[in-house]
Design a protein around this ligand. Structure first.
Ligand code: 8X3
Length: 246
C-alpha cells in the first residue's frame, strides 16, 4: 500500500471520481469522500482506495472524515460543489443560494480546517480547490453560483496567504464547460433536456478526465512549485458567452 494519501471530496461522480482514479494511478491511496456510499464503495474497490461517507456541509461528518484520515495527509482535493438553478437575481430562491454557498464555500472551509493539521504534518501537503470560470465572470441567471465560486477562489487566495510559512501548497483548478453526468442535471433539477442544451452543438466539451488530468498535474509538480490557479476550458469556449456550436 502506498504511503502517500489523498482525499477527494465529491468523489461519487464526475470530476471527483475521475480525480480519484487519476491520483490512484499516480500511486496515491485515495480516500473517496461523498454522501453516496454505494458509489464511493465501488470506486474505492476499483482503485484500491478507501470510502468514507461524508457530507461536507455537516461538521460531524467532516470530523468523522478527519478521524478516518488520521494524523498525516499528503493531498486534499476540495471538489464537492455544484450549481443549483439558473434564476435571475430578481426571482432567485434564497434556499438555493444558501445551499450553493454551503457546499462550495463553507464545506470547503470545514474540510480544510479539519484536515489541515494532517496536511502540515506530511511536511509537503497540497490542497487543490476545484473552482470554476464562474469564479471569474458573471452571467445572467448565474449569480448564486458565480457568487459561491468567487467565494471558492477568494478563500483559496486567502488560505495561500495565511499558510505562507507552512509546508502546504494551495492551488485552484478552475474549469469552464465540462460535460459530466450530473453537473447540469443537478443545476436543472433533473431536467435532462435543459441539461443537454448546455452542451448542444459543442463537438468536444471538456470531460471529467480532462480536469482530473489537470488536477493530477498540479499535484505532481515538485513540492516547491505552487500552481496558484489553472483555468481550463474546451477549445470551443473562447469565453463564457462565446462558445463555438455547430
Ligand atoms: C461550471 C462552469 O459555465 O456552468 O463551473 O458556470 S459554468
Amino acid at each position: 500500500m502506498s504511503t502517500r494519501t489523498a482525499v477527494v471530496t465529491g468523489a461519487s461522480s464526475g470530476i471527483g471520481a475521475a480525480t480519484a482514479r487519476h491520483l490512484a494511478r499516480e500511486g496515491y491511496t485515495v480516500v473517496c469522500a461523498a454522501r453516496r456510499a454505494d458509489r464511493i464503495e465501488a470506486l474505492a474497490a476499483e482503485i484500491g482506495g478507501r470510502a468514507v461517507v461524508c457530507d461536507v456541509t455537516s461538521p460531524a461528518s467532516v470530523a468523522a472524515l478527519a478521524e478516518a484520515v488520521g494524523p498525516r495527509l499528503d493531498v486534499l482535493v476540495n471538489n464537492a460543489g455544484g450549481a443549483i438553478g439558473l434564476g435571475a437575481v430578481a426571482e432567485a430562491d434564497p434556499d438555493q443560494w444558501r445551499r450553493m454557498y454551503d457546499v462550495n464555500v463553507l464545506g470547503l472551509m470545514q474540510v480544510t480546517q479539519a484536515l489541515l493539521p494532517a496536511l502540515v504534518a506530511s511536511g509537503a501537503g497540497t490542497i487543490v480547490n476545484v473552482g470554476s470560470t464562474a469564479g471569474r465572470i458573471a452571467y445572467e441567471g448565474g449569480a448564486g453560483y458565480t457568487a459561491a465560486k468567487h467565494g471558492t477562489k477568494v478563500v483559496t487566495e486567502t488560505l495561500r496567504l495565511e499558510l505562507f510559512d507552512q509546508p502546504v501548497r494551495v492551488c485552484e483548478v478552475a474549469p469552464g464547460m465540462v460535460r459530466t453526468e450530473e453537473f447540469s442535471l443537478v443545476r436543472f433539477d433533473g431536467d435532462q433536456e435543459r441539461a443537454d442544451a448546455v452542451y448542444a452543438g459543442v463537438a468536444e466539451p471538456l470531460v471529467a478526465e480532462d480536469v482530473a488530468d489537470a488536477i493530477a498535474w498540479v499535484v505532481t509538480r515538485p513540492p516547491h512549485v505552487n500552481i496558484d490557479e489553472l483555468v481550463i476550458k474546451p477549445r470551443a469556449q473562447a469565453a463564457q458567452h462565446k462558445v463555438h456550436r455547430v
